[in-house]
Each structure stands twice: as structure tokens, then as C-alpha cells.
Write a protein that binds this ligand. Sequence first.
Ligand code: ZN
Length: 370
Amino acid sequence: MMWRYYEPVELYFGKDALLENGKLIKNLGRRCIVTTGKSSQKNGSLEDLEKVLKQLGIEYEIYDEVKENPSFDMLRNALSRYKDEKVDFIVGLGGGSPIDFAKALSVLLANPELKVPEIFDTEKYSKMLPVVAIPTTSGTGSEVTQYSVITDDNGNKGGFGTPFTFPTLSFADPKYTLTMSEYLTMSTGIDALSHVVEGYVSKRSNPFIRLLAKEAISLIKDYLPKAMENPDNYEYREKMMYASTLAGIVIAQAGTTVNHAFGYPVTTFKGVKHGQATGMFLVETLKVMSKEAKEKVKEAVEVFEGLEGLESFLKEVGVYKANIEVSEEEIKTWAERTSKAKHLGVTHGNFDLDKVEKIYKEVLIKKLEK
Ligand code: ZN
């Protein structure tokens, strides 16, 4: 069996990772943009970053208008502000959204001829500005992946990821996650769980990342409920951030499966957070995958003692609690899109239109606790 491993991110992990190693940022230039949301002011991460940048004498501008599920319009807005300025690199600070946004903005600033929707067409460019990633949630793993997920002008999620769109430097300090709410802890933790389970069963998975995935799955099973119950416990937060970093390394190699595509419309059209929206389909999509990849699915959910155990775990942490109304019409439209998702290229099992529609109904109409 032939496989490849590529992970070009210089990552520092642990308490004060940024404060102690931030001096490396000076190699990236004199002037940067910090893309972030509002929560970085509350969790201490922005304070740490400003301290480091000031010490290094790096000029910076804070763009704190990044919202969840960043869109083409948000990119256009940032671009109009910065396109004529000298920018050496970008710092993405926050959850997955500000880091994904940093990658997209970096591509656009490095390729001024590119139109915003063309960021999905990675044949059209071959460079980006260096990106520094500082995660403040434990879920997306964006600090160690090449991926950026952006919502297009029609409200649909798309993305890009190539060997040159990884961050250059990442600083993962679990202390920034101590202020996450119970719900955010759950949703981001379940995102990480989906990443490792999907990465494990992906057609592109390999023995090395399955090793990492197994470790992460066990950690999430043990520590997600603990972190939700004891939000101030640093050790639990550290375990979750470690698991989410492993999960990011896994999907950087294996990609995510169609399970992720199932969740996208539930997030963009119904406002359910990404991790929860992804986790709610996991059991049903794994059932279909196991028809073609029985052993892999069995191994992936071994610590839960099977799919039923996984389902109980998801139920206990609250993944199925979502009070949303979905019409038949919506399900039809979503199913059409999901049954053509590019994730199918790495997904085992038959996900034709009929099957996809059935899964949407099974989860959104029957399974959710309203
Ligand atoms: Zn995800």
C-alpha cells in the first residue's frame, strides 16, 4: 500500500505557546493583518498576541469583523480595505472561521487578479501570503490544515485546500479555550470527533493517521463530557485541544467525507453550529459507509463499542437537541447538492440521491429532539 503524509506547519502546543515562541513571527515580515471575531478580546488571546507583536515591533491592523461561516461578502469587505496596503502576512486568531478567513484573504491579497469566487478554483493561483494560526476553540483543526471553508453568494459552503495553503506557524494554547460555553465546547468537540472518525474511514486514510485518529477518538470520548462539566479545568481543555489538533492532522491527509457535506446546509440555512450539524448525521452516514468498509467503520467506533454506543454518546452530549423546522422542499434541494458533493470522492458506500434524501429525513424529522 502506498500513502503520503504532508504536514508543513510549524506548530507550538501548550500553555503560553504564543507568548514563549511568538518571536518566530518576526521572520514573516514587518506588517500584518489580524483577522478575528469578538471573542478573542475575552479569552485573553488578543492580549497575548498584541503583546508579542508590539515586542517585535510589527505593525498590525485588527480586522475583528469576521463572523461565523465567513462569506464572499465578508472577504470583499476586507479586501476593499486592505488591497492597496502593504501586507506581509496574516494572523488568523479565533475558531475555525477567523483562521479559514485568514487563509482566503491571504490568497486574495497575494493574487490581486483573482476574483473572490475564484478562490475555490485552485488551478487559478499558486501562492498565498504566510498565515499564522492561533486557535481559541478545540474543533476545526484549521491551524494544521490547508483547508478554508467559505460560504458563497447563494449561501452554500465551498472550500479550497492545496499544499501551499497550510499556515506557516501555529500556536495552540489550551488556556484560550477555558472561556468556551458548554454548548460551544460540545459543538467544537463533536466537529473534531467527526474529523477523526471520517478521516479514519476515508478512502484516503492511511495506517499512520489511523493511529492518530484512534488516540483522538479515545480522548474525545473520555474528555469531552468532562470539559463540558468542568469548563475551568485546564487539563481537560488541554486534552480536547490535543485531540482537535490530531484531528486536524488527520483530515489534512484524508479529507472529510460526505458526512461533512450533510451538515453544511443545516448550518448555513438553519443556523446550527458546524460541529453539531455534522455530528447529527454521523451514525446514519457511517451505517452506509460500513456496507463497503465494514472493518474500518468497526475499528473507528471501537471505543464506543459500536454505532449504537456512538449514538448514545452523541445523544448524551446533546448533539440531537436542535429545534429546527425543515420542509420537504428544503430536504430535496439539500439532497440534490449533497449527493453531488466532492467529498464523495473519498467516501465509501453508495450515497445516491435517494439514499441522501432518506438520511436527511431520518435525522432531521425523526431523530432530532425538538
Ligand atoms: Zn468540520
